[in-house]
Design a protein around this ligand. Structure first.
Ligand SMILES: Cc1ncc(COP(=O)(O)O)c(C=O)c1O
Length: 386
């Protein structure tokens, strides 16, 4: 039997975790593969949720767009946190996570053969979603600081271009995009009448005085910018599957058809927990993210000891994306590191050709002791194998 999805890459993390399976149960296995932030929702918010669950409506559908109370609270948060503007009645939609949101946007916007422009290296699920709807992807390599190449993107626009995608703070590089570059892309999209899709999954994870800048804070470009957010990383809610889209009203009316077909609404208990955290749990979230900042400092300190790496220090997320000197096959390297050190990292090649030669380390879920231990093992490995 033939399947239409055969030409689309298989989920790379699933494949690599399969390869790591025989190490995963070992007590000294260290997982720097999966992109998790480590914290979970605050206890007080979980208690608050428990009370809400005693109400029968907590177990039923919400409106497709999500609970109005949550949208109102979220709109306030987005305005205060990142200057992002969205009318909770008409311009906000609660989704079952960021991936669900992006796939829904792809279904809403793209005719077969239309193109999205993205910087490379890229987050692989974005490519998969566009290919699933028959769209094409045009890749423009980032510059040496992992910032988007504005001229390269501009010259890639042609009559097939429907949208440009940015991901800031970025997975896999950790780059927080500069405001001037984001503004230049907003201007470009308005000028060429295409969409700027902004994946802000790691919106709270800008460190070292970097500021996350949302293009939807540009009031003059509201009709051309669609922002995606997620509660997975910032709020430690990856298992709850909840995120959101902020976009123009006419787009939202069309998106509703996708939402109703795919999920009807995001899971109701997840919406209630997100609401609880937004109302009462933000101090705890802030302190968890501050802790992540300290963990990054430690990881960069240790990573700088590895002479075989070219490391660009970026200011967002919990990912490090070193280039390994002389490495041409990052997949092979990662399997060897796993075999030798029982430490899982991801090959840069799963983030596209521009990622080849790199490895991605996710330190989010580790304790400081585990970060130290991971870098002991990696330093030792690279000193002996390179
Ligand atoms: C850039 C980016 N966007 C979206 C997602 C998906 O997040 P969610 O759990 O909200 O679907 C991820 C997850 O790793 C990501 O890195």
């Amino acid at each position: 039997m033939r399947f239409r999805t055969e030409e689309i890459m298989a989920p790379p993390i699933v494949k690599i975790v399969e390869a790591a399976r025989r190490f995963i149960d070992s007590p000294d296995f260290l997982n720097l593969g999966q992109g998790l932030s480590g914290h979970i929702p605050p206890n007080s918010s979980l208690k608050g949720l428990q009370e809400r669950l005693s109400h029968p409506s907590a177990h039923l559908y919400t409106p497709d767009q999500g609970l109005l109370e949550l949208r109102e609270e979220l709109a306030l948060y987005l305005r205060q946190q990142m200057g992002l503007y969205a009318d909770p009645e008409t311009e906000l939609m609660i989704t079952a996570g960021g991936n669900n949101a992006f796939a829904g946007i792809a279904l809403t916007l793209f005719d077969p053969g239309q193109t999205i422009i993205m910087s490379s290296p890229f987050y692989f699920n974005s490519v998969m979603a566009i290919r699933l709807v028959g769209g094409d992807v045009s890749l423009v390599p980032v510059d040496s600081d992992f910032q988007p190449d504005i001229d390269g993107i501009q010259s890639s626009i042609d009559e097939t271009t429907r949208a440009i995608l940015i991901v800031s703070p970025n997975n896999p590089t950790g780059a927080v995009y500069e405001q001037e570059r984001i503004d230049a892309l907003v201007d470009l999209c308005v000028d060429r009448d295409i969409f700027l899709i902004s994946d802000e999954t790691y919106g709270r994870m800008a460190f070292e005085s970097a500021n996350h800048y949302s293009p939807r804070s540009r009031r003059d470009a509201q009709n051309h910018v669609i922002s995606i957010g997620s509660f997975s990383k910032d709020f430690g809610m990856s298992g709850w599957r909840i995120g959101y889209i902020a976009g123009p009203e006419d787009f939202m009316e069309e998106y509703l058809k996708v939402q109703d077909t795919m999920t009807i609404c995001a899971p109701t208990p997840s919406q209630l927990l997100a609401l609880e955290i937004l109302k009462n749990g933000m101090d705890e979230i802030d302190s968890e993210i501050d802790g992540l900042g300290l963990l990054r400092d430690l990881a960069y300190l240790r990573a700088n000891e590895i002479d075989q790496w070219d490391l660009t220090r970026t200011r967002g997320t919990f990912y490090l994306f070193p280039k390994v000197k002389g490495c041409e096959d990052s997949r092979k390297l990662v399997l060897d590191i796993l075999q030798e050190t029982k430490t899982l990292v991801l090959p840069g090649s799963v983030f596209g050709d521009a990622g080849e030669g790199h490895i991605r380390l996710s330190i989010g879920p580790l304790t400081p002791e585990a970060v130290d231990e991971a870098f002991n093992r990696l330093s030792d490995y690279f000193a002996h194998h390179f």
